[in-house]
Design a protein around this ligand. Structure first.
Ligand code: NAP
Length: 266
């Protein structure tokens, strides 16, 4: 066990995984616990959060699974209250929840636009709304919001609601960082690139390779400068740094974790 987050309590949203393997939220929750944090693992799918809880407990870590839809204010409020009842404080808020729905402005339905906005963007507004007052009372805290390189680049496939909400997350985070800098509360975003996670398998296999997962992986690997996609642990280690006191003078940044993909022009 490491000690980079010793004594800290971390809420991780989307701490389960949409499918078998390691999603970003699941890997981050497990890594935070390995580094000494008490993890409050939140997911709309309780079984998925409990799977993460079981992994953490098996490794000797501390974790409580909690079910909540983070796009719903009442559920977010209850989530924060339950975390405080369980662990007494909140030092880290890791906002990982995000969904991807395909379509440009013409193809995407209004319902899809509203759903993606609620799950990706409103959720982060809500979790910050209810967590910030506690961090302020405690005298500090760290927020890590998961965005995407889709917030700053066209990635070849139209998913307009995803790109737009991720762009807004960058600015939401910067606003919070500035408003709360003098209160010792830091807020940063991570912009993952092409990561090989269960979410991508589910959302993008049909678009890239007509249902062929191996082919989708091969195509996306080829697009990356390093010849391979990243994985959930690449995002988790970036989050660990930003959440820890090692990053105590870092706030308002957009940390790109993409193996150089956004440097590429052709
Ligand atoms: P994931 O496996 O799809 O999601 C993690 C968990 O979040 C799932 O168990 C999911 O439950 C849950 N969830 C979905 N909606 C929720 C809600 N409203 N309230 C609470 N929980 C909810 O994804 P991940 O791998 O952990 O990472 C996702 C994050 O990384 C997103 O923000 C995504 O945009 C970002 N990202 C990923 C990539 C990539 O290439 N993988 C690239 C850039 C950014 P269900 O299974 O029931 O939906």
């Amino acid at each position: 066990m490491g000690e980079r987050l010793a004594g800290k309590v971390a809420i991780v949203t989307g701490a389960g995984s949409i499918g078998p393997g390691w999603g970003n939220g699941k890997a981050t929750a497990v890594l935070f616990a390995r580094e000494g944090a008490k993890v409050f693992a939140v997911d709309i799918n309780l079984a998925a959060a409990e799977e993460t809880q079981a992994i953490i407990r098996q490794e000797g870590g501390e974790c409580t699974a909690h079910q909540a839809d983070v796009s719903q204010a009442a559920e977010v409020k209850a989530m924060v209250e339950h975390c405080l009842e369980t662990y007494g404080r909140i030092d880290i808020l890791h906002n990982n929840v995000g969904i991807l729905e395909l379509g440009g402005c013409v193809e995407a339905s209004e319902e899809s636009w509203d759903r993606v906005n609620a799950v990706n963007l409103k959720s982060m507004f809500l979790t910050c709304k209810y967590v910030l007052p506690h961090m302020e009372r405690q005298g500090g805290g760290a927020i890590v919001n998961i965005s995407s390189i889709a917030s700053i680049r066209w990635l070849g496939i139209p998913y307009v609601s995803y790109s737009a909400t991720k762009g807004a997350i960058n600015q939401l985070t910067q606003s919070i960082a500035m408003e709360y800098a003098s209160k010792n509360i830091r807020a940063n975003t991570i912009l993952p690139g092409f990561m090989n996670t269960p979410m991508v398998v589910k959302a993008l296999t049909d678009v890239y390779a007509d249902g062929d997962v191996e082919q989708m992986i091969e195509i996306r690997n080829r697009l990356c400068p390093m010849g391979r996609m990243g994985d959930a642990w690449d995002v988790a280690y970036a989050a660990l740094f930003l959440a820890s006191d090692e990053a105590k003078y870092i706030t308002g940044i957009q940390l790109v974790v993409d193996g150089g993909l956004t440097c590429k022009c052709v």
